[in-house]
Design a binder for this molecule. Structure first.
Ligand code: AMP
Ligand code: MG
Length: 592
């Protein structure tokens, strides 16, 4: 995660008991001596208070001041009550006067993504953080770690730690290009990105199709409108009755009985203006007669011979009548370009009299699977192989979005064949989608082929499942290299491919639905990455949306997607969601 701060930020991450504060207390004089002006942000437990009971500021806060700024000759302090939720990390950072600082050091906040030094002491008996937190840039410990490339220091060697911080601040102060092109794919490789950064980069690099075609309304389900539509007619065309009953004049409500002068069925009309004392028997949808602006429903009517009376029905002038143009008035805006057409839109287009409409042409998506172990279904299973599931989940996902699918099957791990297939696919399709072979350190040939063909970046997204993701252009067509694990494929598709395809299809303003639900169980995550667990949400007896996981969350367990009706999204800033806490869910209905 990057923060829009003009000065560097550096954290000290450790389990409690490691002695963070003691270390910082000893370190700060060395840093200030080296000329650094230091801001500190410390995360404390929720009941902390800097104020003292009985002090004026305390009394004023308790009396109702939600922000209390207290100032004296030597310092001031702003205390802000945050009863609803702890302030966002980024917001807290924005409280500093960075013009008077060289660096912000952070104690705590180990679940939030920003550069940190891991502090570790063996006696505390806690696991290492760096294997699961890509934000750790160095280690200060009382033991050596073998399997890491991170710089390591002795936790008791304060000089080295101070030197590290000073160099970190100096290198961060080097002017960096703020050029927007920095977001271009070819400057990013290999990179760690947050989910949002990945989404934004991809969306900024794909464009809507230009070609449109005419489509009959009956075939328009799921298509994206390529036109602004305004209403050529009034809907409804004429004022009509909303009930089976009797139409009378709205200025003639007080009579004991009315003479029934006609009966009007839907599709017909009574052409004479209704006179005082008259009623017309009318069916739902039939045009109301001139002056007959009020309808009383049949159940409230008593007839005798040619007369009708309404007893003590409480009649309001104008009731039970649908006005001409009440749904859509002539000339009013109905849909804009980029509207995806579903059932209501099909009906509305028809209600306006349109037999066809202009839509963006269908998006052609080429798909293939990779890997020598991957075998097509429908054939006897070979030793050491797995059936190809990814191509089929992807087909379903593409079907849901109304894409034309070009199925290139399974590609062998052979560079020549890959190059040929990618070339063919990119010539025939608007987008190329593969799965497998993009993990960093993977020996698959697809990477070699991609390197030769286009501009592809191999990203590591701070998410689970679905960390590896390749994205770029082959032959000027967007290319997505999804991970190989079946759940990771779906989660990556939902997060990165679907928004991009929707944009390419011309759809505008699409946002995934996200809502909050109460966790029924503790949900584990890891600091610094977004966790997408497969969940089942439901309304409990009290009307509260609750969510539980589908159980085992391995990224190969495709059944978890089948059992889920939502993804549970745990943000990088959160480590564990406790049972009873609120969590974000992404309902999957209509998307998978
Ligand atoms: P990879 O990223 O190629 O190393 O793949 C990661 C995991 O996903 C491996 O266990 C692969 O066997 C599996 N995998 C790759 N492609 C497919 C596929 N098309 N269908 C099912 N599993 C796959
Ligand atoms: Mg593979």
């Amino acid at each position: 995660m990057t923060y829009s701060l003009p000065i560097p930020i550096l954290g000290f991450a450790a389990y409690s008991g490691t002695g963070k504060t003691t270390l910082l207390e000893a370190l700060l004089p060395m840093l200030t001596k080296a000329g650094l002006r230091i801001g500190m942000l410390k995360h404390a437990h929720h009941n902390f208070d800097v104020d003292k009971e009985g002090k004026d500021s305390y009394r004023l806060r308790k009396a109702g001041a939600s922000q209390m700024l207290i100032s004296s000759r030597n310092r001031y302090a702003l205390m802000t009550e945050t009863p609803d939720a702890e302030s966002e990390f980024e917001y807290l950072l924005s409280r500093f006067d960075t013009s008077k600082l060289d660096v912000i050091l952070v104690e705590g906040c180990k679940n939030i993504a920003f550069p940190k030094i891991e502090l570790h002491r063996e006696v505390v008996c806690k696991p290492w953080l760096h294997p699961n937190d890509t934000n750790i840039i160095a280690i200060a410990a009382d033991t050596k770690v073998m399997e890491t490339d991170l710089p390591q220091m002795d936790i008791n060697d304060l000089d080295s730690i101070a030197q590290f911080v000073v160099s970190y601040v100096e290198s961060a102060q080097q002017p960096v290009s703020k050029n927007k092109d920095a977001a271009c794919c070819d400057t990013l490789s290999p990179a760690f990105l947050s989910v949002q950064q990945g989404q934004e980069k991809i969306l900024s690099l794909v464009n809507p199709l230009a070609e449109t075609e005419t489509c009959a309304i009956e075939s328009a389900y799921g298509r994206v409108l390529a036109d602004n539509i305004s209403s050529p007619v009034n809907v409804p065309q004429y004022t009509n009755s909303a009930m089976d009953g009797y139409a009378i004049r709205g200025d003639d409500l007080e009579r004991d009985s009315y003479k029934v002068v006609a009966e009007v069925m839907a599709g017909h009309a009574y052409s004479s203006p209704l006179q005082a004392g008259e009623a017309v028997k009318i069916m739902t949808g039939a045009p109301t007669p001139i002056n007959g602006d009020t309808v009383i429903m049949r159940e409230q009517a008593t007839t005798q011979d040619d007369n009708v009376s309404f007893g003590n029905a409480n009649i309001k002038a104008g009731q039970n009548v649908r006005q001409a143009g009440e749904d859509l008035a002539i000339g009013s805006d109905v849909f804009c370009t980029g509207q995806r057409l579903a059932s209501p839109e099909m009906g509305m287009m028809a209600s306006l009299g349109f037999g066809e409409c202009s839509v963006f042409r269908k998006l052609k998506v080429a798909i293939f699977s990779t890997g020598d172990e991957v075998q097509a279904p429908g054939t006897p299973q070979q030793a050491n192989s797995i059936y190809d599931s990814n191509r089929f989940t992807i087909m379903g996902l593409l079907e849901k979005l109304g894409c034309d699918i070009l199925d290139f099957g399974i590609l062998e791990d052979n560079e020549e064949q890959m190059i040929q297939a990618l070339q063919d696919a990119s010539e025939q399709a608007d987008v190329v989608l593969t799965s497998g072979g993009v993990s960093v350190g993977d020996a698959d040939y697809i990477k070699l082929a991609l390197d030769k063909l286009g501009q592809i970046d191999f990203w590591r997204i701070n998410m689970r499942p679905g960390r590896p993701l390749a994205f770029g252009q082959v032959n000027n067509k967007p290319f997505f290299g999804l991970p190989g694990n079946p759940v990771a494929v779906m989660v990556s598709f939902i997060n990165f491919v679907e928004p991009a395809l929707r944009k390419m299809q011309g759809e505008q303003g699409w946002q995934p639905l996200k809502v909050n639900a109460v966790a029924e169980e503790n949900l584990r995550s890891r600091q610094g990455r977004t966790e997408f667990s497969r969940g089942v949400y439901e309304l409990d007896a009290g009307g509260q949306l609750t969510v539980r996981t589908t159980g085992k969350q391995g990224s190969g367990i495709l059944r978890s997607m089948s059992e889920a009706n939502c993804l549970i999204e745990i943000s990088p800033a959160v480590d564990t969601v406790k049972a009873g806490e609120s969590v974000t869910i992404i309902p999957l209905q209509g998307r998978i």
